[in-house]
Design a protein around this ligand. Structure first.
Ligand SMILES: Cc1cc2nc3c(=O)[nH]c(=O)nc-3n(C[C@H](O)[C@H](O)[C@H](O)COP(=O)(O)OP(=O)(O)OC[C@H]3O[C@@H](n4cnc5c(N)ncnc54)[C@H](O)[C@@H]3O)c2cc1C
Length: 338
């Protein structure tokens, strides 16, 4: 049976919901594509989660260790990438009470990783040329790069959108829940998110970093964000961290008292990190990028919240490397979704 190669740092769920299921849509091999025939290593520390409440003994999800994050950039002092309060207190010789004994983590970033893809400029050309030439081989499609570039640009300019739908990209995204609320509005994407009913949620919370602009000025629809003062940053850092600590403590207290996870999670705020798989095609992604990346030189500038823009920027970088001609045509035509 074909299996997905080991993916570091995540629940390794290949094609569909069932890990270990056959890999179907693999078009080209490459560093970011699934490799057919890759032997599966023996599974370490496997566990069997309930999936949508149905215990399925055939489903095995592998959990791997969290990858360490890169250090903060120059000048980024607060908040630190990760703060383990219980460990810090113990190291300082301070006794740790039951209340404090959870490993809370504060972050200011988002994670986006391309997990698998079947997406290239050739997919667009293939689909478009069936209109005029019928079936083409990959060699025919790649024979004249200038013509290919011109055709993609024409499709983008004249908003012939459907040829851009013959591609697929799956991303792993880890971000605060308030970002997911916005991302899930994009109905042409497919999502699967970690469950707060079937597993205990980790205490990982979002605290805006020092570079995050904090103050909104101007009228709704026509406002700008400007830097906060050091005092405002200090207030935001301290107030969010304290609020997160309190709510996670209440969550644990209810779990310890035997309350179901699905009830106890009601106290957790939208700054809690969640993780999900997001699958989309290039056309859907362009619609997302046109709305969720702020580019004042675009034909229809949008003014998204910075945190979803951070996700969108990372998705765009991965997509641009897979489909450079399509990405260039998107840029050249005012970032309008065709
Ligand atoms: C800056 C910004 C501010 C926002 N503020 C708010 C807010 O205050 N409140 C709020 O509720 N939302 C808000 N949104 C969300 C917004 O209204 C959209 O839900 C979101 O941007 C998804 O856009 P979409 O419908 O184009 O995307 P998708 O759902 O991915 O749809 C893609 C395209 O498919 C077509 N389509 C999809 N479904 C249908 C359908 N049912 N009927 C017809 N065509 C369809 C449309 O052409 C659509 O553009 C905001 C979004 C942005 C970018």
């Amino acid at each position: 049976m074909l299996r997905v190669p080991p993916q570091p740092d995540r629940l390794a769920v290949p094609d569909g919901h069932h890990p270990g299921a056959p890999v179907r849509a693999v078009q080209r091999a490459g560093p970011q594509h699934l490799q057919l025939g890759h032997p599966s290593p023996p599974l370490p520390a496997a566990f069997v989660p309930p999936v949508w409440g149905i215990p399925d003994r055939s489903v095995t999800v592998r959990r791997t260790l969290r990858r360490p994050r890169p250090p903060a950039g120059p000048g980024l002092s607060a908040p630190p990438a990760r703060v383990s309060e219980a460990v810090e207190k113990q190291q300082e010789g301070v006794s740790v009470s039951a209340d404090d004994a959870f490993d809370i983590e504060f972050r200011s970033d988002v994670e986006v990783e391309l997990i698998k893809s079947a997406a290239s400029d050739a997919d667009v050309l293939w689909a478009a040329r069936v209109s005029t030439k019928g079936e083409s081989s990959l060699a025919e499609i790649e024979a004249d790069p200038e013509r290919s570039k011109g055709l993609i640009n024409y499709l983008m300019r004249d908003r012939h959108g459907t040829p851009f739908e013959h591609s697929s990209m799956t991303f792993y995204v880890k971000a605060p829940i308030f970002v997911f609320r916005e991302q899930m509005r994009h109905r042409t994407f497919s999502f699967n998110e970690e469950s707060g009913r079937y597993r205990k949620l980790d205490p990982v919370f979002y605290v805006p970093g020092p570079e995050r602009k904090l103050v909104q000025e101007g009228k709704p629809g026509k406002y700008v964000f400007v830097d906060g003062t050091p005092e405002q940053h200090k207030l935001v850092t301290e107030a969010t961290q304290e609020s997160y600590r309190q709510s996670y403590r209440a969550y644990l207290e209810m779990l310890d008292a035997g309350v179901a996870r699905e009830v106890a999670r009601a106290v957790l705020p939208v700054g809690l990190y969640s993780s999900m798989y997001v699958t989309c095609n290039a056309r859907a992604l362009m619609n997302f990028l046109s709305l969720r990346v702020k580019r004042e030189d675009s034909t229809f500038p949008s003014f998204p919240q910075r945190e979803i823009e951070m996700v969108a920027e990372k998705m765009e970088a991965a997509w641009a490397s897979l489909m450079p001609l399509t990405h260039a045509a998107f840029e050249a035509n005012g970032r309008v979704c065709p």
